[in-house]
Each structure stands twice: as structure tokens, then as C-alpha cells.
Ligand binder design. Structure first.
Ligand code: SIN
Ligand code: CO
Length: 378
């Protein structure tokens, strides 16, 4: 992506300026970010997707008795009629299932892939919305059909309404309000309060959702991965084990006291595991490319000829200076092969010319990924 070129997607800002001025800092309203916008998926197809196992969907209604939330999958007859006001259907991960939704998400790849989560589509009947709230992540809200009024505010009072199945602000104080038409887009940084309501009929909105790991669960996940990766190494090491020794241990009259030298020995053992070259980088790469629990790949075939390949929509692929990470696995890579694979990760495809120069090792790896359904030959 050309990051210095002005983009209508960002209201004439380049991706580079947008990141400097707005990203994680302040909202941006873009009129006609995507002119002549047509919804990436028809309403009927969205409703059908919400009926599928393995697709995360939610139905939110607001009526006299307050807010209600139900989780999918939803049979078509379980959804209210579009003519009935005040309901919203949210379908997560539409990019994994529909090519046009996937292509739409690709336009936001000036943000690191590691930070991009998914494309959620919300369908709201007239007056429908999910209530005033804030999210922990940045979001691009792209209006794709009908009109929605967004009220937004910095909101200091983050208290939530009690006894509601959703996160709804108790005292929302909007500062600005805009009606978005198809093609308009609103970017909001994390924790910026917002409330979107369908006006003048039903509407559809795409949320380009970001993700950012929280320190504590990320740390726990990485430690578990490091422990697993080291299980084999440990088994080997126990054969030539370095055991705790304490020739200077004096006699004790308080025998239950933990020897401080044993504590230091344990700390060293843990730190040695973490100092293992790249242990944390690898665990992070595997964690950030781990497919969601609902994602599975259909077995593919080894191509008879290498013309062009493209990553499957569901494949997550990242790299760093020494590794490639793909769908929760890591591979060491260097030299020409690494360059080729990084290109695959950035472009999500390789052409015949790229493949012509590929080494046997690289082709073997690409072949494995084709068979796993992570990559498709074209
Ligand atoms: C919606 O599109 O209805 C909800 C999206 C959001 O508020 O983050
Ligand atoms: Co939100």
C-alpha cells in the first residue's frame, strides 16, 4: 500500500497522516470514504450467515421491557421481520466467509495485520441500535446501506446501566452527532463513547474491528506456549539434568522453612527458559496468528504446477526478522526464502514470477500449506 498517497477512504489524508493525527487519538468523520457504496453482502445472505454454526452472531432488541440480548445461530424464523422497528443483528467475522467483505477489510491494511481483527456487519431495523457504549478497541464504522445517526462523546462517566445484558452507559453525554449515508465512515479511537441508531428505515453498517491484547492474559498465554515448546527440550535436559545442590546447607531447627537458595535456583530455571533465544517472539507470533476457535480449513491439494498462489481468506500470516508465523505455527526463515515468504504475507499472494525463483524448501513448505487448505493455487 502506498502510505503517503492521499486516500478518499481517509478523507484525503494519507494513511501515514491518518496514523499520526487520528489513530488512537481522535475521531475522524469521512463523507464518501467509499463512493457508490453497495453492501458487501445482501440482507438475506447476512441472515443466512447468522444461522450457521461456527458464525458468531447476536440479536439485540430494545423495547418497553428494556434491552435483550440473544446469541446465535438464528434460524430465519427466529429473527424479527425487517418491518418491525428497534432490533439489531450483529454478525462477526463476515470477512472469513464472504469475498467482498474480505476485500473491504484489505483496504485497512495500513494498520498492522496483528492489530486487525475482523469485519463485523450490523443490520438494524428502523430505530435499531445497540445503545450508547464504549469499546476497548479502535473501530472504523462504515455505513453501507440506509442511514444511521451516530452520537459520540469523550465521556468521563463510564458507569454502566445495572442489570442490563449489554454494556450500556448509564449517563451518555454526546458531544457531536452525524447522520451517515452509504459510503460515509466514522473512525473512533478506543473508549470513545458512541451510539448508532438507524434512521428513516433499516440500515447496514460494517465495523472494521481492531484487536489489542491485554497484558495479563497475553503473558499467561505466552508462558503456556513457551512451556509447551520446551517440553521436548526439557525431557532431553532431564537426562543430563542439573540438579539443585546445597553443600553449604546448615542444620536447621526450623525445617519447614523454604531454603532461599532453592528459591534462587527456581527463579534461574524459569529465567533460563525465557532467555532461550526467540522464545517470546515465537510464542507471540504463534499466538497472534492462531485462528479463532470457530475457524477450520478444508483439506487442499498439492498443485501440479506452480503458477500463482493466494492465502486463504481465513489464514493469518505474520513475520519478524527470523520467523514466519502462519495459523498458529512458526518457521525459521532466512535469505531468499524469507524474502519470498514475507512477500506472501504482505501481498497475501505470489505470482508465477515469484514462484519461479522459489527454492525446493520453499516450494515444499508452500505445498504443505496448500494441502492444509491455508493456501490455494490459482
Ligand atoms: C453497530 O454497528 O451497531 C455496533 C458497532 C459499534 O458500536 O461498535
Ligand atoms: Co461500539
Amino acid at each position: 500500500m502506498e502510505i503517503h498517497q492521499p486516500l478518499s477512504l481517509l478523507g484525503g489524508l494519507s494513511a501515514s497522516l491518518f496514523m499520526r493525527r487520528h489513530w488512537q487519538k481522535k475521531p475522524l468523520l469521512v463523507r464518501q470514504a467509499m463512493p457508490a457504496m453497495a453492501p458487501p453482502i445482501e440482507r438475506a445472505a447476512l441472515f443466512a450467515l447468522a444461522g450457521q454454526e461456527g458464525v458468531e452472531s447476536r440479536l439485540i432488541r430494545h423495547g418497553k421491557s428494556g434491552w435483550t440480548l440473544r446469541h446465535g445461530p438464528f434460524a430465519r424464523r427466529a429473527l424479527p421481520s425487517p418491518g418491525q422497528p428497534g432490533w439489531t443483528l450483529l454478525v462477526q467475522g463476515v470477512d472469513l466467509h464472504h469475498q467482498r467483505a474480505y476485500e473491504l477489510l484489505q483496504q485497512f491494511r495500513f494498520v498492522p495485520d496483528a492489530r486487525l481483527d475482523d469485519l463485523m456487519i450490523s443490520y438494524a431495523s428502523d430505530e435499531g441500535g445497540v445503545g450508547p457504549h464504549f469499546d476497548s478497541y479502535d473501530v472504523f464504522l462504515l455505513q453501507v446501506q440506509g442511514r444511521r445517526r451516530w452520537s459520540i462523546g469523550r465521556q468521563r462517566d463510564l458507569r454502566l446501566q445495572p442489570d442490563v445484558p449489554l454494556k450500556i452507559l448509564a449517563q451518555f453525554e454526546p458531544e457531536q452527532s452525524f447522520v451517515l449515508e452509504p459510503g460515509d465512515m466514522l473512525y473512533l479511537p478506543p473508549r470513545y463513547a458512541h451510539d448508532g441508531v438507524a434512521v428513516g428505515g433499516d440500515c447496514m453498517t460494517c465495523s472494521i474491528g481492531l484487536r489489542s491484547p491485554a497484558a495479563a492474559p497475553l503473558g499467561a498465554d505466552l508462558l503456556a506456549r513457551i512451556a509447551e515448546a520446551q517440553a521436548d527440550a526439557l525431557e532431553e535436559a532431564t537426562r543430563a539434568a542439573v540438579h539443585y545442590r546445597d553443600p553449604a546447607q546448615p542444620a536447621l531447627d526450623a525445617p519447614a522453612a523454604m531454603p532461599p537458595a532453592l528459591q534462587a535456583f527456581a527463579r534461574d530455571a524459569v529465567m533460563a527458559a525465557l532467555r532461550e533465544a526467540d522464545a517470546i517472539d515465537r510464542a507471540l507470533g504463534e499466538s497472534m496468528t492462531e485462528p479463532k476457535a470457530s475457524v477450520w480449513f478444508e483439506q487442499g491439494e498439492l498443485p501440479s504446477e506452480w503458477n500463482a498462489v493466494a492465502l486463504d481468506r481465513r489464514t493469518r500470516m505474520l513475520y519478524d526478522a527470523r520467523h514466519l508465523y502462519i495459523n498458529g505455527e512458526s518457521f525459521r526463515a532466512s535469505g531468499r526464502d524469507a524474502k519470498l515468504m514475507r512477500r506472501l504475507a504482505d501481498e497475501r499472494a505470489l505470482g508465477a514470477r515469484d514462484l519461479k525463483g522459489a527454492s525446493d524448501d520453499a516450494l515444499a513448505l508452500l505445498g504443505d500449506w496448500c494441502e492444509a487448505g491455508w493456501l490455494h493455487a490459482e
